[in-house]
Ligand binder design. Structure first.
Ligand code: SF4
Length: 249
């Protein structure tokens, strides 16, 4: 539950951000929270747009990422390209080794293919726990979520209260289309993950992501063996709420 003061803050920011273009939402969030907001990036196309926007506001703004230990090499490549182009100090959070060892000893390295329960356990150990450490001490976090991405994201707003993490959540690209993302990347010469050119619109861990076929939904390649409504890793599930005054992503 948000306090009255937090609800008021979210309502105020929602009213301000509503008519703003994404770049201005990024600026607004940075002005309001400074180093108490971090962009959570997996270095997908949307995140690269936000990195470009954020670095133009403050080259020392905080960017956090989770290295699950199962990422494709192409993701590490674009991570390094980001450091080189922007001089960004990317903060990388790793899972706890003992938790990984225990999980693998009990259920195997490829446990995620065997059940939704196993997959959520793996995402919990490799993503959720490190994310909690990454967000500790912050007042807000920023993500590249877009409403258009999947059936699990149709309620995303530009400004939300994230009750799971007890933080304001800022999603400047909430109302962007995939076409908007790629137009920005090309116009601003933003580096991007090479897998996007090989049929991967959405990129996560290597064993849990495949290329999509023409006509398939853009997140069809994530956990492709599961039903569409289970396909979130837990980082962005239902815990977020928007204020009654309305808003964007
Ligand atoms: S996406 Fe796959 S490999 Fe990565 S944390 Fe989740 S289940 Fe594990």
């Amino acid at each position: 539950m948000a306090t009255e003061m937090e609800e008021q803050l979210v309502s105020t920011l929602t009213a301000q951000a509503g008519p703003m273009p994404a770049q201005e939402v990024v600026r607004l969030a940075h002005q309001r929270f400074g180093r108490k907001i971090a962009l959570s990036s997996s270095f997908g196309a949307e995140d690269m747009v936000l990195i470009d926007m954020l670095m133009k506001v403050d080259s020392k703004a905080r960017i956090v990422t989770l290295d699950t230990g199962r990422l494709p090499q192409e993701t590490y490549n674009v991570m390094d390209a980001t450091r080189e182009k922007y001089g960004a100090a990317v903060e990388v959070y790793f899972p706890q080794a003992e938790a990984i060892q225990l999980m693998v000893a009990e259920r195997g390295l490829n446990l995620f293919y065997h059940s939704v329960e196993n997959r959520k356990l793996c995402c919990g150990v490799r993503k959720m726990e490190p994310l909690r450490r990454a967000l500790a001490g912050l007042d807000a976090w920023m993500t590249g979520l877009r409403r258009e991405q999947s059936v699990t994201r149709t309620d995303v707003h530009k400004i939300e209260w994230d009750s799971s993490n007890q933080l304001v959540k800022v999603n400047p690209l909430a109302d962007w289309t995939s076409g908007d993302v790629w137009k920005y990347i090309r116009e601003h010469n933003v580096p991007y993950n090479a897998l996007h050119d090989r049929g991967y619109p959405s990129i996560g861990c290597g064993p849990c992501t495949r290329a999509v076929q023409p006509g398939e939904h853009e997140r069809a390649g994530r956990w492709w063996w599961e039903h569409p409504e289970t396909k979130e890793c837990g980082l962005h599930v239902v815990a977020s709420t928007a204020p009654s005054t309305g808003g964007g992503e």
